[in-house]
Design a protein around this ligand. Sequence first.
Ligand code: NAD
Length: 492
Amino acid sequence: MKTYQHFIAGEWSEPSERCYIETVNPATDEVWAQIARGTPADADVAVRAAHGAVTTGAWAASTPGQRAKTLAELADLLEARWPELVEAEIRDNGKRIAEVNGQFAGLHAWYRHFAAEALNISAEHLETGFPGVENTLHYEPFGVVAAITPWNSPLMIAAWKLGPALAAGNAVVIKPSEMASASTLEFAALAGDVLPAGVVNVITGYGHEVGEALVRHALVGKVTFTGSDRGGVKVAEAAASGIKPVTLELGGKAPQVVFADADLDNAANGILSGIFLSNGQTCVAGARLIVEREVHDELAGKLKDRAQGLTAGDPLDPATEIAPLANKPHLDKVISSIEKARAEGAKCICGGERLRPPGCSDGYFVSPAIFSGVTQEMELWREEIFGPVLAITAFDDEDEAVRLANDTDYGLAAGIWTSDEARGARLAAQIAAGTVYINHYRNVAAGSPIGGYKRSGYGRELGPDAVKDFLQVKSVWKGTAPMPDPFPQHAG
Ligand code: NAD
């Protein structure tokens, strides 16, 4: 069994209380590794290491150009060596290899993007209108950034935080999910080949034990969190006590609105990828299908046929289409949500059964579930399941479709399927979500912001302001002529 310690100041570091948490492979239900169970004392050591890196040494003195070069070297390293990281993530969260390969082969591109963005950091001279004085805006890093990540896509989500935070000149302490920390630890050790010690540190353990202590640490200047809205509330409260800025990327219950004039095969591709890729364990999972009544049965039939044809198996096998859910508590939660949906009267048109594929019979597999006749009072309509469960409801006119789409506490993403361009634009304006896709679903790009309305969070990741979010602005005024005497009548 593999043992992972914290990774602090460029070295593996034993947890202060020498306690570890077992890490289970969701494909087999077997313990394959253990990770350090961090304490507030460990958070303190990691934050001090990061603080050291931003106050003395090469990183503290680095120019944006030097950081761009370092991030480009990190990108080169990842482009060459990403396959070494794949297995750790699959053993941890069970994501199938076809998807992990896709994400990891692209990891270098996020860092390359932020390497280029670093070069845009420069002071700005402002014209204030006052004679005899100049004003310049300087952009400075916060110092130590605390980055807290979830288990569904640990390394990709870490890249969205690390890339801009490092480009801005911060050092980072990452606290990955206790359910999937191995790939982040292996990444940090690999990145240690090009990053100065202390610039990226990883501490592991439970959120309430070590995550909260990290957020509260006096030397942490900025917090970036991706996870559930429940975790987000706790993190925002802890950050508030220290008046720290926080970015919150939280959950979702995204609607997919399909009009009768849409290309239904195209829509089916978008709906299947929205809810069944990664087993629905994505923040933008299109979990609520809102379909015009006249094409309801046709579309539901297409989705059922496609979902039923998918094959479950070992996530390390490239042919596998359905991988296990990421961990046992999550499996239990998804199964219980499915049972509740049946009990509430939703009609299960396929799936929702525990699967036991050969070689992985103890794994946490569930067949993709589709429910129709879902009403707005049902938990299935309201709660984020974060699993392979699609809820379908029918609408009769455009206003009703918009009302249904917006009938959620969340607002991360939405999909609209129609051949009427004007209608697509109308709905995009009316749906309260941070990302809206029209006749498309799921893309994320470094240059386009991602983030939520309502309970899906605040602040944005990626996009044109990503690096600025990790910088604080200092307005420097400089007199170029003597100041006037404020009390001239008493002069002399
Ligand atoms: P979670 O909130 O349980 O945990 C996320 C992280 O927060 C973990 O590292 C956890 O240890 C830590 N944490 C928990 N409580 C904490 C506390 N009190 N103080 C500090 N840290 C704490 O979420 P999860 O189950 O790991 O991930 C699934 C959730 O993440 C879903 O709701 C999903 O929608 C959301 N998510 C959002 C995005 C996005 O970009 N908006 C992306 C991926 C996942």
